[in-house]
Ligand binder design. Structure first.
Ligand SMILES: CC/C=C\C/C=C\C/C=C\C/C=C\CCC(=O)SCCNC(=O)CCNC(=O)[C@H](O)C(C)(C)COP(=O)(O)OP(=O)(O)OC[C@H]1O[C@@H](n2cnc3c(N)ncnc32)[C@H](O)[C@@H]1OP(=O)(O)O
Ligand SMILES: Cc1cc2nc3c(=O)[nH]c(=O)nc-3n(C[C@H](O)[C@H](O)[C@H](O)COP(=O)(O)OP(=O)(O)OC[C@H]3O[C@@H](n4cnc5c(N)ncnc54)[C@H](O)[C@@H]3O)c2cc1C
Length: 624
């Protein structure tokens, strides 16, 4: 089952090695993280990142191993933006020459970069960004400026205190004309003493949700006061400005400017499956240990995992963890395929890649955030303790519903893609890829459900047809209602809540389809495929609230712990007293409690100043 989850024996081996490397190194300890102040936590992040780089160099780690090392350190920091966004932005939007110059320094950590797009006044609406980059032909420079308070760059990870450079997104103005948003490489801080360069006001935006979480990261604010940069620091793969100041757009779609976001959205789907699997691992293992109430005759108490209500709340998350894992593996293939096509100027699958990455990022992160919160409740009071690992997991993964694109905004992008496809089908064009099912419109608009028993629901063809019909009918219904509106734009706006639902149905069809396709592969291990088939049934059925789920839950219950053990997480990475592999929950909870700084003294700080006088005062009054 480990191989089915990881994707290959090699993946299992590398993951085990990196997880153990992190778990065995005291520098990477996590157990006191939520007890640190904001400054201590930030400094701890710098220490871990520097140590990780040192180990990467000492051990000659590959890029795959280094990425896994960062993942198992499990502490958001500037390195995430450097590797996940700054480097990909230069790769995707820089010329060969610019890549050579800047990536050479970035790969050696001679500079630390971030991705500075969002502003105080605009995040979702990229075309509304206000920062300006005005070309000055007299000096062959761009003048980078924040014209308004709302144009302050706001949120970029690492910007506050760490990054020395950034790809800054700004309105390109040359010869008095505004050509919209383009990317520019800017140095922000001196490489000698780390002080901000002249004209740059920069700092952290303040504390964020949760006690640890993104408070380990210095998300920053930056204002630019007419800062000059050389013309060749405009990322010029998609467009150029000549020495004379002429704007020249290359022959690639302008949407490639958004390429970094597409890349990151596809990685976030894998992140979501990992976060969800961690929460499910904790809740399933704890549910097998925790006993509450038993037979009236004083018999042994019952494992809470045996209660049908616990199973109906938890097993859809177990199924979703596997579903998101498999669709994330497919999405990585899709992204790689689109990127290769772009190299040969084939832009035909760019719209599909945008719709799939936007839709899957949205659906998987929303479901994961909701599931982690429910897993906290599934663990009762102990799920609320930091030592359960669940509050931190929730706080770190909740913002994924917003960063890299607000989930509703992204679903509306999917809806726009679906409406375009429906109208193409109406004009006789055969849809392909993930919308191919829309070509079967006659059948799917009339077909009656062919599933009646639980066994029917384990028939992949039946499941797929139900989800295709559901998605198509919702999309066609929206299209028909939009066509009745005074204008397409007005109709789209009025119908936007229904369009979001139609987009979700389309994305869920993709997830179910990819789970079914995974089951058609050769899957190693005795009985593994059968278990995955049941999980596929649970994932599909729970989305359409089918009453036959109970039978499937009962069939999964005996293997529930084995299915979460297959995620192969070390206790260090899981970071949970409830989810420990050895199940020694109560002694772990008790031991963790005493680590809290509040327990450093038996009489708490503040007693002498605030508690003793009050108690003495009240005691005196009571004797009057
Ligand atoms: C902090 C994290 C640390 C640790 C965690 C580690 C890892 C996690 C990884 C990363 C997370 C890190 C930090 C987060 C970083 C950020 O948040 S970066 C900022 C992210 N911001 C966004 O995502 C902004 C979202 N908004 C947009 O993408 C765009 O504004 C929009 C797509 C919503 C709208 O763009 P417009 O230019 O206005 O276009 P439109 O009019 O809607 O559409 C025009 C046509 O273009 C097509 N299109 C739009 N986008 C794309 C795209 N990306 N690719 C291809 N095509 C695109 C669209 O479909 C339209 O096509 P038509 O044919 O219909 O015309
Ligand atoms: C932890 C974290 C890290 C981040 N890191 C970075 C970073 O490194 N670099 C960077 O550039 N940015 C970063 N961001 C910013 C992030 O990308 C934006 O917050 C995100 O794109 C959402 O934009 P917004 O904040 O403007 O939300 P808004 O768009 O203002 O959303 C507010 C509400 O308005 C709704 N809404 C907006 N537009 C529409 C519409 N057209 N139709 C219907 N509803 C709509 C949304 O659904 C939402 O409910 C980070 C954010 C977080 C939380």
């Amino acid at each position: 089952m480990k191989v089915a989850w990881a994707g290959s024996r090699h993946a299992v081996e590398v993951a085990d090695r990196m997880a153990c490397l992190v778990a065995s190194d005291p520098v990477f300890r996590k157990d006191t993280r939520t007890m640190l102040s904001r400054k201590e936590l930030f400094k701890d992040t710098l220490k871990k990142a520097a140590h990780a780089w040192k180990r990467t160099v000492e051990l000659h780690l590959t890029e795959e191993e280094a990425n896994l090392l960062r993942l198992y350190i499990d502490q958001p920091g500037y390195v995430d933006l450097h590797w996940v966004m700054f480097v990909p932005a230069i790769k995707g939007q820089g010329t060969e020459e610019q890549q050579k110059k800047w990536l050479t320094m970035a790969y050696k950590f001679q500079i630390i970069g971030t991705y500075a797009q969002t502003e105080l006044g605009h995040g979702s609406n990229v075309q509304g960004l206000e920062t300006t980059a005005t070309f000055d032909p007299s000096t062959d420079e761009f003048i980078m400026h924040s014209p308004t308070l709302t144009s302050s760059k706001w949120w970029p990870g690492g910007l506050g205190k760490t990054s020395t450079h950034a790809v800054v997104y700004a309105r390109l103005i040359t010869e008095g004309k505004d050509y919209g948003i383009h990317g520019f490489i800017m140095q922000l801080r001196s490489l000698d003493d780390h002080s901000p360069l002249p004209g740059i006001t920069i700092g952290d935006i303040g504390g964020k949700f949760g006690s640890g979480a993104y408070n380990s990261m210095d998300n920053g604010v930056m204002r630019l006061d007419h800062v000059r940069i050389p013309r060749d620091q405009m990322l010029m793969r998609l467009a150029q400005v000549t020495r004379e100041g002429k704007y020249v757009h290359s022959d690639v779609p302008k949407q490639l400017l958004y390429g970094t976001m597409v890349y990151v959205r596809q990685t976030i789907v894998a992140d979501a499956s990992r976060a969800l699997s961690r929460a499910v691992c904790i809740a399933v293992r704890y549910g097998a240990i925790r006993k509450q109430f038993g037979s009236k005759a004083g018999g042994p108490e019952t494992q809470v995992l045996n209660y049908k209500t616990q199973q109906s709340r938890l097993f859809p998350f177990l199924a979703s963890a596997y579903a998101f894992r498999f669709v994330g593996q497919w999405l990585k293939w899709l992204y790689t395929d689109v990127t290769q096509k772009l190299e040969s100027k084939d832009f035909s699958t760019l719209p599909e890649a945008h719709a799939c990455t936007a839709g899957l990022k949205s659906v998987t992160t929303s479901a994961t955030a909701d599931a982690i919160e429910e897993c906290q409740k599934l663990c009762g009071g102990h799920g609320y303790l930091n030592s359960s690992g669940l509050p931190e997991l929730f706080a770190v993964n909740l913002p994924a519903c917003t960063y890299e694109g607000d989930n509703v905004v992204l679903l509306l992008q999917v809806a726009r893609f679906l409406m375009k496809t429906v109208s193409q089908v109406a004009s006789g064009k055969q849809p392909v890829g993930t919308t191919a099912y829309m070509g079967n419109i006659q059948h799917l608009m009339q077909c009656k459900s062919v599933v009646n028993t639980v066994e029917d629901w384990l028939n992949p063809a039946a499941i797929k047809e139900v989800f295709e019909a559901r998605a198509l009918r919702m999309a066609v219904n929206c299209a028909q209602n939009i066509s009745k509106a005074p204008s397409q734009e007005e109709g789209f706006s009025e119908l936007s809540p229904d369009l979001v639902e139609a987009a979700v149905a389309h994305v869920q069809l993709i997830i179910v389809t990819k789970f079914i396709e995974k089951l058609q592969e050769d899957i190693l291990g005795h009985g593994v495929k059968e278990q995955l088939q049941k999980l596929c049934g649970i994932y599909a059925l729970h989305l359409i609230h089918n009453e036959r789920l109970g039978k499937l839950y009962a069939q999964v219950r005996p293997n529930a712990v084995a299915l979460v053990d297959a995620f192969d997480y070390t206790d260090h990475y899981l970071g949970s007293a409830l989810g420990r592999y050895d199940g020694d929950v109560y002694s772990a909870l008790y031991k963790e409690a005493w680590k809290d700084p509040l327990n450093e003294t038996v009489v708490p700080d503040g007693y002498q100043e605030h508690l003793r006088p009050l108690l003495k005062q009240q005691l005196k009054l009571s004797r009057l």
